[in-house]
Design a protein around this ligand. Structure first.
Ligand SMILES: [Zn+2]
Length: 473
């Protein structure tokens, strides 16, 4: 179905209204827009008919926090962390099964597997080939000796201070993604596969929140969209310089992304100026906050710089009660990951003091307090399936079945809304209506079934701008 010059009628579709009520209707797409969502369609010759059979039709899902290139790379990487790999023995067998000569890339490592992983461990237990294993925080790579040697050779062309950052006795390299990416460009990640996978979840748009996104990434994404390797609409956050990139209907400029680390917080005045300078260009700011310290620091910076409607806090992993009101007063949006409750909840229950459990990955308390809240999976650091994230938001069970902060459970309707907002305003919920972009996802069941079974297995068809980008059958 290539529909840009054709009319598409989706008959007997169930729509879900903002009050949670459903209604049956016929929806007509012409070009890249819905033109009619009521009444009796005129079924002219040559139009395409899809019978929805009373099943749910929703706007295409928007994943509001992703790292697409890293996700694509993860598809050709081996998993080195929970839940699949939980012990030293697991890690040894995952690596041992991978002989070869080229780079082997592992992802998802966490200390719960075998503590402080280093070059010496990899040299002793993993195959003799260049290996780099990423910590699941995304900040740290652990590299074995053959890998360090390859990096050292490739780094000869770099400036001395950059080379220093790629040198380490124990093979642990922090915050070198950009440098490493440039040195290992030869293995281009399978973006097409990644994008098709997202289409199969019903995703028609993403916010890519990678801090290093720059004019080069922009160019790459726009080429991938033209070649149809990248099917989704993308709103790209990242470096301040993105503001000068030329937008297209499918590629737009997002926030200036600020990535904080507890251990090395930026100078406060610099942080405030970054916010102010971005605002002067009418561009919002998104700040990565996974600890209480980072959140407190960020709230102070926003208070000094003032906020612009649309500024975002990413993750907001830990929110003590007193800070909820401050988020509200400052008018900040929160984009959080309920999927981590399921994926990492068991580790949180074990490692984080009980008194703080109620502060983790809040949703319900934020919504009740009027803080605009939306969801992103943080793929590939979180699992990429938004339906699993919705399910986790309603149940808040960890993978071993324990409850984490049950008071934060939300309804299936609110959970779905977490992925239905505009890319540029994640908490303003889109609907299927005349004039809206023809971005939609057809499920194989009505909402009364789906709300008790939030699973991507129900996704039947995904359409972006009137174009079919996924069909299950
Ligand atoms: Zn992220």
């Amino acid at each position: 179905m290539k529909t840009n010059d054709q009319t598409v009628h989706i008959l007997n579709a169930e729509l879900l209204d903002s009050d949670g009520k459903t209604r049956l209707t016929n929806a007509t797409i012409a070009g890249s827009q819905f033109i009619e969502t009521t009444g009796h369609p005129i079924l002219e010759d040559g139009s395409t008919i899809i019978d929805a059979k009373g099943n749910l039709l929703i706007p295409g899902l928007h994943d509001h926090h992703t790292h697409l290139i890293a996700y694509a790379a993860s598809l050709v990487s081996i998993n080195c962390g929970p839940p699949g790999v939980v012990s030293e023995a697991d890690l040894k067998s995952a690596l041992r099964g991978q002989p070869g000569h080229h780079w082997l890339r592992g992802t998802g490592y966490h200390e719960s597997v075998t503590g402080h992983l280093d070059r010496q461990w990899l040299d002793a237990w993993a195959p003799d080939r260049p290996i780099r294993v990423q910590h699941r925080s995304g900040r740290l790579w652990i590299v074995n000796s053959p890998g360090m040697e390859m990096i050292a050779n490739a780094a000869l062309s770099l400036a001395p201070h950059e080379r220093d950052r790629l040198t380490s006795e124990d093979g642990r390299l922090y915050d070198v993604d950009e440098l490493l990416g440039n040195l290992t460009r030869s293995d281009i990640p399978p973006v097409k596969l990644a994008s098709q996978q997202l289409a199969a979840f019903g995703v028609t748009g993403i916010n890519d929140m990678t801090p290093s996104n720059n004019a080069e990434t922009w160019q790459w994404f726009s080429e991938l969209q033209v070649s149809q390797d990248l099917l989704q609409k993308v709103r790209m956050s990242g470096r301040p310089a993105l503001i000068d990139c030329r937008q297209t209907p499918r590629l737009s400029v997002g926030e200036t992304k600020v990535h904080l680390h507890d251990s090395s917080l930026p100078d406060f005045d610099d942080f405030v100026s970054t916010i102010t300078e971005s605002h002067e260009k009418q561009r919002n700011v998104a700040v990565h906050c996974v600890t209480e310290v980072e959140l407190v620091y960020t709230l102070s910076a926003f208070r000094s710089a003032s906020t612009l409607a649309g500024d975002r806090i990413e993750h907001a992993s830990v929110i003590p009660p007193a800070l909820i009101e401050q988020l509200y007063v400052l008018g900040l949006n929160v984009v959080t990951q309920p999927n981590f409750v399921h994926e990492r909840g068991d580790a949180y229950l074990k490692d984080i003091p009980m008194t703080d459990h109620a502060f983790l990955y809040r949703t319900n308390s934020l919504m009740l307090a009027g803080v605009p809240t939306a969801f992103g999976t943080d793929l590939p650091f979180g699992q990429p399936d938004p339906w699993a994230a919705m399910d986790a938001a309603t149940k808040r069970t960890t993978s071993s079945g324990h409850l984490l902060n049950e008071a934060e459970c939300i309804t299936p309707e609110s959970a779905l809304n977490g992925f239905l907002g505009e890319l540029s305003a994640p908490s303003s919920i889109r609907s299927i209506k005349p004039g809206a972009p023809a971005d939609c996802c057809l499920l194989d069941a009505p909402w009364h079934v789906l709300r008790n079974d939030l699973s991507s297995a129900h996704v039947l068809m995904t359409i972006r701008d009137g174009e079919l980008i996924y069909s299950r059958d």
